[in-house]
Design a protein. Structure first.
Length: 408
């Protein structure tokens, strides 16, 4: 990346890393300089583009807290970066430095990594395949990342057995299903990275719990296009917890209203029926989820992103927001999307988008989910917003989602 590169062309996202209790332990930061290419996806760029300029932009100009909040950040480093004397714009208490798997390992690199470790930085080895020549790096590392898709189950078990001889934490990456997560739990991995947490695990003949049925019925009522002002007010007032959360949300930075709202009726009058329906739906969705908090956080990010780019697909911001909110309801309820959507009076266009990603709204939802999951080549090749626009929407949505979750 040249010195005169346009920093606005830097694309950024994150991928969550969980501990054994489903808590978010850290985020891996994923970078791309949009000017370099539009053909490859995020996995390539997350290593090759982690240069001084990108890291400085992310930590100093962007303010990385907007993306990772109070969590740790995993940052990929190239060989040139490791060997350079460029100052690192962050301390070791906030980051884990990842040594990529395709870096040539020699005495010069080992000495440079040792210097970083002695300076207080945690070292992770990425996409690790065990080899005796790598032992000097293993001895410097705090975390070993194992790509579980590149190994058979027997090879994976053998790797874990070999690595347990060293005082390192093991991180399973590219975990995409609940079965893979459970296998890695059994093998004793300490951390887990991948999108297994947002993939629906459909359990046949498993009834939806009574408390979630009531919430689903409430969602249905909230989406009724003919519902009246007084009916919405009555529904909210019947649930004191919902009323309290809604009032707290109305007075939070997430909405940013210029003055204090002192009553539910005042909020209804000032913000209007449509806005109150949307915010109440958000609260109900959060109460329905029994999965990791990251699932709701990701849902809110999708909703806010869809709201911000909806106009470019000829959709209203409100419909985009609701589309993002409902995009994970199959995961939340462990039921097929088409079965759930039958009980919610959404428009035909929204139902089609959620069930099969069809229509213009389906394109909108695909654009958002592809960006969030790092399929940036698909976003770049689509007719939707540019990657720069998507990156800006993403960072704003991450910050907004963190504020909102802290409120509800």
């Amino acid at each position: 990346m040249s010195d005169d590169a346009d920093l606005s062309s830097i694309i950024i996202a994150r991928q969550p890393i969980f501990d054994r209790h489903y808590n978010t332990y850290a985020y891996e930061l994923l970078f791309r300089n949009h000017q370099t290419s539009q053909s490859a996806d995020l996995d390539y760029y997350s290593g090759d583009i982690a240069t001084t300029r990108v890291i400085n932009y992310s930590f100093l100009e962007l303010g990385i807290e907007r993306v990772i909040g109070n969590h740790l950040a995993f940052v990929n480093l190239t060989r040139n970066f490791i060997l350079s004397d460029d100052p690192i714009p962050f301390g070791g208490e906030r980051v884990v430095l990842e040594v990529l798997e395709n870096i040539e390992v020699d005495e010069e690199l080992i000495n440079a990594v040792k210097k970083l470790a002695l300076s207080g930085y945690h070292i992770a080895l990425d996409d690790f395949i065990f080899h005796e020549s790598l032992q000097p790096l293993i001895e410097l590392a705090s975390i070993i990342k194992v790509d579980i898709l590149s190994l058979s189950e027997s090879e994976l078990r053998h790797h874990v057995e070999r690595l347990r001889a060293f005082p390192v934490k093991l991180l399973a990456e590219k975990v995409e299903t609940k079965a893979e997560f459970e296998l890695c739990m059994e093998l004793g991995f300490d951390y887990f990275q991948g999108y297994f947490f947002c993939r629906p695990e459909i359990i046949k003949d498993n009834p939806i719990p009574d408390n979630k049925i009531k919430l689903l019925e409430l969602l249905g009522k909230l989406q009724d296009p003919d519902i009246e002002f007084k009916t919405i007010e009555a529904i909210i007032r019947q649930d004191s917890g919902l009323s309290l959360k809604l009032l707290r949300l109305l007075n939070s930075a997430a909405i940013g209203f210029p003055r204090q709202i002192n009553s539910l009726r005042e909020g209804l009058v000032i913000l209007g029926l449509k806005a109150i329906k949307t915010w109440t739906t958000l609260i109900v969705m959060s109460e329905m989820s029994s999965g990791p908090a990251e699932l709701i956080h990701m849902t809110l990010v999708r909703a806010k992103m869809a709201e911000k780019i909806a106009a470019q697909f000829g959709c209203s911001p409100d419909s985009g927001f609701l589309l993002g909110l409902f995009s994970t309801i199959d995961t939340i309820l462990s039921k097929p999307m088409d079965e759930i959507i039958k009980s919610i009076p959404l428009s035909n266009e929204s139902s089609l988008a959620l069930i099969s990603r069809g229509g213009i709204k389906g394109q909108l939802l695909n654009c958002v989910t592809d960006y969030c999951e790092g399929h940036w080549n698909k976003v770049a090749d689509s007719t939707g917003p540019s990657l720069e626009v998507m990156s800006s929407a993403y960072t704003e949505a991450c910050h907004w989602a963190t504020i909102t979750l802290d409120t509800i």
